[in-house]
Ligand binder design. Structure first.
Ligand SMILES: Nc1nc2c(ncn2[C@@H]2O[C@H](COP(=O)(O)OP(=O)(O)OP(=O)(O)O)[C@@H](O)[C@H]2O)c(=O)[nH]1
Ligand SMILES: [Mg+2]
Length: 357
């Protein structure tokens, strides 16, 4: 399963964010480097389409899609050469498929660390860039030699050289002007900054819901990464409450549903995930598939028997189904499409699989 790694300075609130999103209980403490081992958890991804389908079907159970998060040890200036927890954070990031930068903007005299998220970003990017530069340079000569034997590797060498130029100028690869092909060529090198990124600015309680507070980071990363402002401690505490109390607190603070659902949704999108639905009185459920997957593969996400014995799928897009009011109404209106093994499932499709094993 693909994962998003939480990357940030010590005391930026990574473990707090991890716990709030996954319901986990990673250690949260005001001393730096509280996290030494990575924890993995699954965050639910709220989806208004699923909720609407569940209401339509009067489903007794609703199951959201999930996205896997990894809480990684904090990173400090010099980590790329072994300071702090050194290689531990590097290994954690290498194993992640995408990165969520956690940047601290909250002020708290009891929690060591600064409150300027732009400073955090600078430190983080420098360490990631230095680690990538060292690994890229160490591989360049060998790749050049190999390309002399095998000309099909020339594109890889050219991409590596271009990456090195960007990194040497201090630019993380996610900010560099690289084409999709060049990014693909760099894949075998497992660069840290060649992964998709998202940024969470951890706002103080007094700045919760204030969009302007995350603006300096939007200015830095705009166009490259989605940036979300979240008052992590406040929302983490609210997440502990019963749903009704939580809603009342958040409404009282003018925060609506809060920013956590948006973080989970952004993480899900960042991994390029797609969703299809099943719906009925027993259960409405969101299922995750990869873009481009055909109907049998999607059936296999539900159960391997459904893939093995796949006959056909009945399909209707979620909004069309809602408009019609029920699965049987859609059938009567002739709106259920019958699709075979070659059908590429679309994000938002509602499926019913016919199978025989
Ligand atoms: N005031 C305030 N404190 C926060 C906020 N978010 C986290 N903290 C506090 O900051 C401290 C560090 O939080 P953690 O979640 O442990 O930070 P971390 O990034 O996981 O830190 P390391 O594991 O040491 O790298 C804890 O005392 C938290 O309660 C916030 O939004 N406001
Ligand atoms: Mg931690």
């Amino acid at each position: 399963m693909e994962r998003i790694g939480l990357v940030g300075l010590p005391n930026s609130g990574k473990s707090s964010l991890f716990n709030a999103l996954t319901g986990g209980n990673a250690l949260v403490a005001s001393h730096p480097f509280s996290t030494t081992e990575t924890s993995v958890g699954v965050a639910q991804v709220p989806d208004h389409r699923l909720e609407a389908l569940a209401r339509m079907s009067a489903s007794r159970k609703v199951v959201h899609a999930g996205v896997e998060l990894v809480d990684i040890a904090g990173l400090v200036a010099g980590s790329s050469t072994g300071e702090g927890l050194g290689n531990r954070f590097l290994a954690g990031i290498r194993e992640a498929d995408a990165i969520c930068l956690v940047l601290r903007a909250f002020e708290d005299p009891n929690v060591a660390g600064g409150d300027d998220p732009v400073d955090d970003l600078g430190v983080l990017e420098l360490e990631l860039v230095l680690a990538d530069l060292a690994s890229a340079e160490s591989q360049l000569e060998r790749r050049r030699k190999a390309a002399k034997q095998d000309r099909s590797l020339e594109g890889q060498v050219a991409a590596l050289e271009k990456a090195i130029r960007a990194l040497a100028a201090g630019t993380p690869l996610y900010r560099a002007a690289l084409g999709r092909d060049e990014r693909d060529e760099l894949r075998p090198f497992f660069m840290l900054t060649n992964k998709p990124v998202l940024a969470v600015v951890n706002l103080g309680e007094d700045a919760a819901g204030d969009d302007a507070a995350a603006k300096p980071i939007v200015e830095e990363l705009g166009g490259t990464a989605e940036v979300l402002g979240v008052s992590v401690r406040l929302e983490a505490e609210a997440a502990q409450l019963a749903p009704a109390d939580r809603a009342e607190l958040m409404e009282g603070l003018g925060l609506g549903e809060g920013a956590l659902p948006r973080v989970a949704q952004a993480a899900y999108r960042l991994l390029g995930r797609r969703t299809f639905f099943t719906t009925g009185d027993k259960e409405s459920r969101a299922w995750t598939f990869r873009a481009g997957a055909k109907a049998p593969e999607c059936a296999g996400v539900i159960h391997s028997d459904l893939q093995r014995g796949f006959i056909r799928a009945e399909v209707v897009h979620w909004d069309e189904l809602l408009g019609l009011g029920s699965w049987s109404a859609a059938r009567e209106a002739g709106k259920l499409r019958v699709e075979g093994k070659e059908y590429e499932v679309a994000d938002g499709d509602v499926l019913e699989i016919r199978f025989n094993v």
